[in-house]
Design a protein around this ligand. Structure first.
Ligand code: 5CA
Length: 451
């Protein structure tokens, strides 16, 4: 993309409404624009990152054997009346009536709808196990929408639902989700710690939240610092293996790590004092096993091998896709702007032309642009007639992890400068070597073209 042809409405001033750094940088970098309290338009740069995060979530869900689909945002109230949650959900649910006076709502989640789909089409254990998921906009009329996309009213969420014959099978699905979530967050450059949590309006007492540690997080968390040493890495896992998934769950959840709702001071005090941590975290996902709560309410039964009918065992599993943008920025920024992890960066590399209009500099930038594009990468070329300082400030603000700087002086010696946004370190390389290095860096990351 050539910056002169892109739509990147960056702001010079700090917007006064933004209280936390991720909100401030998302507004300043021209990623989002508020349209009403807690409701945002996703401008091109923000949309691009949103789609990259969504792609990682899809890839990891499908890798775990979960099946993508799409349910609507607007739902009929009937199913919610059947499950009893129409009244329970309270004011967080946005209720609408259509022209015929029928009660509708903007879905805050989809347990009812998916259970209805299931009961209409599945009646036998032979069709199990089954996990369906979608990534769709949700609406919750939060009392205090704040911090930008972090606590929105309209937000983008992956929600998945498993259907199993027995509790044991459903717990395997739970463990499988935990593994797939660990992988997803790590691909986004995040450490998200599974913590014992509370079921809330979804229900069930078997639930973990995934938290990214950050001072601006809304949740108070208590944990054994040993949990922060754990990484999933690139280990191979067979998602069908009950033992392997169970093993990962045990490894990642056996140490003390709880949100304030489930915190137990006596148990916490058993952790050696030097490892006890009280901190804040951002909840980027939650998994639940709730047994037959919805299948009993909605009559979703399956016939077992013995011919008997029984309510199907279910769980639901959510990832806050739009919230993740805020969480990643909270975890990865400095005073100049965002620092995107390679896995989710909107563009793989910036190209800054120090002397736009200089024949040699322009030609060198064009050929870098061509070479990176031919390698399947997306560079952002700042081809504007602007001062170098302004170009650097924009690149630093929008946070591309790598920048190639091209100027007549370097070109005389056959070199360009490759700079890491994270470390700030630069090295001089031939243009070919710079391209080669960037290609190698991204060989280990998702390099799909963005939107
Ligand atoms: N049905 C279940 C799982 S599919 C469910 O709704 N779970 S949830 O309530 O925990 O939401 C899942 C994730 O969505 C949360 O972990 C959080 O990351 C994100 N989320 C929830 N509310 C908001 C909000 N108001 N703004 C942005 N993200 C949110």
């Amino acid at each position: 993309m050539r910056l002169s042809r892109y739509f990147l409405p960056v702001l010079k001033e700090n917007p006064s409404e933004a209280q936390i750094v991720s909100h401030r940088y998302m507004l300043r970098a021209g990623m989002i624009k508020q349209s009403a309290a807690g409701i945002y338009s996703w401008l091109p740069l923000g949309f691009k990152v949103l789609k990259k995060i969504e792609t990682i979530v899809h890839e990891e869900q499908m890798r775990a054997g979960h099946i993508p689909m799409l349910m609507p945002t607007l739902q009929s109230a009937d199913l919610w009346k059947e499950s009893g949650r129409y009244d329970d959900y309270g004011q967080e649910m946005l209720r609408i009536s259509d022209r015929h006076g029928r009660d509708m709502l903007y879905g805050p989640t989809n347990e009812e709808l998916i259970t209805d789909i299931f009961r209409s089409h599945v009646g036998s254990y032979k069709d199990l196990p089954l996990t369906l998921y979608h990534i769709q906009w949700k609406f919750r009329d939060e009392i205090r929408p704040r911090f930008g996309v972090m606590r929105g009213r309209e937000f983008y969420m992956k929600d998945g639902y498993n259907f199993d014959l027995t509790k044991e099978d459903a717990l395997h699905a739970y463990n499988r989700h935990l593994v797939s979530y660990l992988r997803s967050y790590e691909r986004m450059g995040l450490q998200a710690i599974p913590m014992r949590a509370d079921g809330g309006p979804i229900g069930g007492d078997y639930t973990h939240e995934f938290l990214v540690l950050a001072d601006t997080g809304e949740s108070e968390v208590f944990y054994d610092s040993a949990v922060t040493d754990l990484t999933f890495g690139d280990r191979a896992i067979d998602y069908d293996s009950v033992e392997q998934c169970q093993g990962v769950l045990e490894e990642f959840t056996s140490k003390y790590a709880r949100t304030d709702e489930t915190h137990d001071e006596a148990l916490f005090n058993e952790v050696p004092e030097e490892r006890r941590r009280v901190a804040r975290g951002i909840e980027v996902g939650q998994i639940f096993y709730f047994g037959t709560k919805y299948s009993e309410a909605l009559g979703a039964n399956v016939q077992g091998p013995d011919g008997k009918q029984s309510p199907v065992h279910m769980g639901s599993h959510g990832i806050g896709v739009s919230r993740l943008l805020g969480a990643i920025i909270e975890a990865s920024h400095d005073d100049k702007g965002i620092i995107w992890p390679e896995g989710v960066t909107p563009f793989h590399c910036g190209i800054v032309n120090l002397k736009q209009g200089d024949g040699e500099a322009d030609a060198a930038c064009e050929s870098l642009y061509e070479a990176l594009t031919a390698a399947g990468l997306e560079p952002l070329y700042d081809d504007r007639k602007e001062r170098a300082g302004g170009k650097f400030a924009t690149m630093d603000l929008i946070g591309l992890p790598w920048r190639i700087t091209v100027g007549p002086r370097g070109l005389k010696n056959g070199v360009v400068e490759l700079t890491s946004r994270r470390s700030g370190e630069s090295e001089e390389l031939s243009p070919e070597a710079a391209v080669q290095k960037i290609v190698e860096i991204y060989a280990n990351h998702q390099t799909g073209r963005g939107f």
